[in-house]
Design a protein around this ligand. Structure first.
Ligand SMILES: [Zn+2]
Length: 150
């Protein structure tokens, strides 16, 4: 671990602590300049953690996402295979970012985009929950926007 003060590679670990998420924090002392600094190691999952609006993190849950989409697609002409493909697309997209954490909004945005192509009613149902369209005016302007799109 390179010293952030003098760039020396020679540092000594003087303390190691583990956090609840599997991370390891190490307190180090540079042997060249004697400055102290910390380093933090964390395992990176292939699918990034999702940062929710309140700042808490949660793991990407394929089944939960699929359930949400399925509810939005109830009694609509969207096949189980379509839903599975959409979930797979979202997951692959997240993994391709190569990040350890991303905003959970990213997932919602991708689902909304995917559903828009599959079925507009399912899209509106999902968007009501996801975009928090909690009154008729907000809903109507979203539908207007949808109808105006080419
Ligand atoms: Zn140093």
């Amino acid at each position: 671990m390179r010293c952030p003060f003098c760039q020396s590679d020679d540092s000594k670990v003087i303390d190691t602590t583990h956090d609840t998420h599997g991370g390891i924090r190490r307190r180090r002392e540079c042997q060249a300049c004697k400055q102290r600094f910390s380093s933090f190691e964390r395992p990176i999952l292939s699918t990034p953690l999702l940062i929710k609006q309140d700042g808490t993190r949660e793991e990407f849950d394929r089944e939960k996402l699929e359930r949400g989409i399925r509810i939005a697609c109830a009694k609509r002409p969207v096949s189980a295979a379509d839903i599975e493909r959409l979930v797979g697309q979202v997951e692959a997209e997240l993994q391709s970012l190569g990040k350890s954490e991303v905003s959970s909004r990213l997932v919602g945005d991708q689902v909304v985009r995917g559903l828009k192509e599959l079925d507009q009613i399912a899209y509106i149902r999902y968007a009501i929950v996801y975009l928090r369209l909690d009154d008729l005016h907000a809903l109507r302007s979203e539908i207007d926007r949808l109808l105006l799109e080419p």
